[in-house]
Design a binder for this molecule. Structure first.
Ligand SMILES: O=C(O)/C=C/C(=O)CC(=O)CC(=O)O
Ligand SMILES: [Ca+2]
Ligand SMILES: [Mg+2]
Length: 419
């Protein structure tokens, strides 16, 4: 375990030492903030309830997150170590660096970088099985699922940072029993609980990335909500897959948690013995020993009635990234195996991360069995799909005995009425 994970290290930023904080000195995630809309986005690191301005402390001489992400992995590690050195209790830099701290509550957080291309995978096998049953009762998990990481090319332009608000989209749907489709506002807006992996550097066109190097091409992870219009999806998705059902909005949390910060939360990746084992190009000893990540995930819902009552929301479900059927390294390697070039700032979504139990569904589609079994909330309200004004909050964090907790912050988005 490297020194930055030592749980005994405290920070001179007091709020970072709270055992409940997402942003202990062992985390140090990167994001972009600004004090006001006239200022360009600045690069910062979260520490407790503060942001450290990297340019102001002289750790970078530019404001270009893509450039920082494209630095060789050894330089990225050295930067993380410098941050840890400067922020730990007793550091000689405290006096100077404390001038470059801002309260998170006093800045606006934006997208962590300019978003490049967006690919969304389908690694949640429990999600794929449950959703497959709803869309294709006789053929839920297609035979390719256990051989090839399934994905589709998503839409980058509508990705927004936490706090994103969007209008209920219009679209074509086929009502049950109808012979021809209708046009109007979607009646089945849903969320999807995912992790997004931000690409660092990138590979040249025609140059596949092998499993052994794949993780060097990942800068860090955020939470990702792939908002989905289920009625539009059911009518449009064959034969080319998701299109307008999923490209009207996608929300990400603002802080990129590095794979270095997540190192203590690695988990082994084992396929059930009766499943096909990954092909050689998707296999490595490191991947089998430590390719998975133990990240606990939660979905919260705050309805307009809860907001009015000062209720911060109700937790709808929990799950864990460990249950994914493919690892991040496998997704990145598979994406490039044909020579496809990934670039700094691209984002790969894992797909909906549901757990094995029915109450661990990472979408309302699963939790309500396709809208047939409404959820009754603690305040007496019910939901099948989202209603206007609903806010969905994703949270993620890692805990383990003997190491400090690290968290992702939150990914929050609100559905507004149709225009
Ligand atoms: O056709 C299906 O089985 C479902 C496809 C999706 O919902 C695509 C998607 O976004 C997958 C995911 O998030 O896991
Ligand atoms: Ca998705
Ligand atoms: Mg989406």
């Amino acid at each position: 375990m490297d020194v930055t994970h030592d749980p005994a290290t405290l920070s001179w930023v007091e709020s970072a030492n709270d055992p409940a904080t997402d942003f202990s000195i062992q985390n140090l995630p990167f994001g972009r903030f600004r004090r006001n809309a006239l200022e360009p986005w600045q690069i910062g690191v979260a520490i407790g309830d503060q942001v450290l301005d990297l340019h102001a402390v002289g750790l970078i001489d530019h404001l270009d997150m893509q450039r920082l992400m494209a630095a060789p992995v050894t330089e990225r590690r050295a930067l993380r170590l410098s941050l840890w050195e400067g922020l730990r209790a007793g550091s000689a830099l405290q006096k100077v660096w404390s001038q470059a701290l801002l309260r998170q509550s006093e800045v606006e957080m934006g997208l962590p970088c300019e978003v490049g291309d967006y690919t969304d995978f389908y690694t949640g096998i429990h999600h794929a099985t449950t959703v497959g049953k709803l869309f294709r009762p006789d053929n839920p998990l297609l035979p390719n699922y256990k051989w090839v990481p399934i994905g589709y090319h998503g839409r980058a332009s509508s990705i927004g940072a936490s706090g994103q608000q969007f209008h209920r989209p219009q679209g074509q749907t086929l009502k049950p029993g109808a012979a021809v489709p209708d046009f109007g506002p979607s009646a089945r807006i849903d969320y999807e609980l995912e992790i997004g992996a931000w690409v660092a550097g990138g590979n040249g066109l025609g140059e596949p990335v092998a499993m052994a190097q794949a993780e060097d091409y990942i800068f860090g992870l955020t939470l990702l909500n792939d908002w989905s219009a289920r009625d539009v999806q059911a009518w449009e998705y064959q034969p080319l897959g998701p299109f307008l059902a999923k490209n009207f909005a996608t929300t990400v949390s603002p802080w990129m948690v590095t794979l270095d910060a997540l190192a203590p939360f690695r988990a082994d990746f084992e396929r059930p013995a009766h499943d096909p084992q990954p092909m050689a190009y998707l296999d490595s000893a490191h991947n089998r020993a430590a390719g998975a990540l133990d990240v606990q995930l939660e979905v919260w819902l705050q309805t307009p009635a809860m907001l009015a009552a000062g209720n911060p929301g109700q937790r709808l479900s929990t799950s864990n990234m460990r249950d994914a059927y493919w690892t991040l390294a496998q997704l990145l390697t598979h994406h490039t195996v044909n020579g496809c070039n990934l670039r700094s700032g691209d984002i790969l979504g894992t797909g909906t991360l549901s757990g094995p139990a029915p109450e661990q569904g990472g979408s309302l589609l699963e939790l309500t069995q396709g809208g047939k079994m409404p959820l009754t909330l603690a305040n007496g309200e019910t939901r099948t799909f989202l209603q206007d004004g609903d806010t969905v909050i994703l949270r993620g964090y890692c805990t383990r005995a003997g190491v400090r907790r690290i968290g992702f912050g939150e990914c929050r988005g609100t559905l507004l009425a149709a225009r």
